[in-house]
Design a protein around this ligand. Structure first.
Ligand SMILES: NC(=O)c1ccc[n+]([C@@H]2O[C@H](COP(=O)([O-])OP(=O)(O)OC[C@H]3O[C@@H](n4cnc5c(N)ncnc54)[C@H](OP(=O)(O)O)[C@@H]3O)[C@@H](O)[C@H]2O)c1
Length: 296
């Protein structure tokens, strides 16, 4: 643990995979934290961390109360609700109202107003809001998670979707958390990361066939990728009972890969952490099949 006195960092999403990892790393560096979320009883117990809430992003009063005393807010993007911009904007406005002076926002590689992946459009909207909000901020665009193809597989370990031979630079939660921790620890009155958009990617852009083959080798399980036509992708998901929104979301995830919108490979992980980005075959953990949100 470092001897340095750190300013207080509020971290959201700590009951989830990314926020929990960020909070654990900051605790390891001796950073005082406010863990902010909807279910304080499900938050981790960490040295130097207070649990605050319940506070959903859309609840301005609860967010103001939960963020009181923080200097930096690490805002992990919430689940898709159709009102994600409004929810994130409320959270940022609450932070400004109680004197937080810096926001680190976790967005998505490929965020753009006309992005193929529906969630990347939402993320761009929040990025635009932040750009005009009048607060120091850094946008941390995470690549598609290394874990997602494994979570998308069915009981037979088959991953199917309309991605063809498009590529994505899948990145681990650990590498994303390491980068965000490094930016959070750069806590002077100004930082080279102020106003920056950092795209956090894995070390190489892989087709889904390549990615899934490596997951199979790493886990010893028979994962395989089967490309689908758009029509088959729709029909199979409809028969599985998925909603229109879920079908659109997941088809657009595969299509964003097919169109190369997630294929950028950057040096952000090695530059900020001092270690190479983790190849998919060395990922620390794999979710069970059929655990991706909105696929059940
Ligand atoms: N880069 C990618 O490939 C990728 C993939 C999936 C998702 N994402 C995005 O990245 C975020 C973090 O990923 P993750 O793997 O950590 O997801 P996760 O494990 O599902 O965790 C999401 C966290 O956000 C919290 N949250 C969601 N909506 C909220 C709201 N309206 N108000 C307050 N807290 C809220 C959740 O709290 P509860 O425990 O109360 O639900 C949870 O702590 C996701 O929420 C999503 O926006 C990115």
């Amino acid at each position: 643990m470092s001897e340095k006195i750190h300013a207080t960092v509020a971290v959201t999403g700590v009951t989830g995979a990314l926020g929990g990892r960020i909070a654990a790393r900051l605790a390891g560096h001796g950073v005082p934290q406010l863990l902010v979320g909807r279910s304080p009883d499900r938050m981790p117990e960490l040295p130097g961390a207070q649990r605050r809430g319940p506070a959903a992003y859309a609840d301005a009063d609860a967010m103001r109360k939960a963020l009181e005393g923080a200097s930096t807010l690490i805002l992990v993007s919430g689940h898709r609700t159709g009102r994600r911009l409004e929810e994130h904007a409320t959270a940022v406005e609450a932070a400004i109202a109680v004197g937080v002076d810096r926001v680190l926002y976790v967005s998505l590689v490929g965020a753009a107003p006309a992005a193929t992946y529906t969630n990347a459009r939402d993320q761009w909207l929040t990025e635009q809001f932040l750009a005009g909000a009048g607060i120091r901020h850094t946008v941390l665009r995470a690549g598609f998670y290394t874990s997602t193809p494994a979570a998308l597989a069915n009981e037979e370990f088959v991953v199917s979707g309309p991605a063809s031979t498009g590529r994505a630079a899948f990145v681990t939660h650990e590498d994303i958390a390491d980068v965000i921790t490094a930016v959070a620890l750069d806590e002077g009155p100004c930082s080279e990361h102020d106003g920056a958009t950092l795209e956090i990617t894995g070390p190489e852009a892989l087709t889904l066939d390549e990615a899934v083959t490596r997951i199979a080798a790493a886990t010893g399980r028979p994962y395989r990728f089967e490309p689908e036509t758009l029509e088959d992708a729709f029909t199979r998901r409809w028969r599985l009972g998925m909603s229109g929104e879920q079908i659109e979301t997941w088809i657009s995830w595969y299509q964003a890969i097919e169109r190369g919108e997630i294929s950028v490979v950057t040096d952000v992980v090695p530059r900020l952490t001092g270690s190479p980005a983790t190849p998919i075959s060395d990922a620390a953990w794999w979710p069970a099949p059929k655990t991706a949100r909105g696929t059940r």
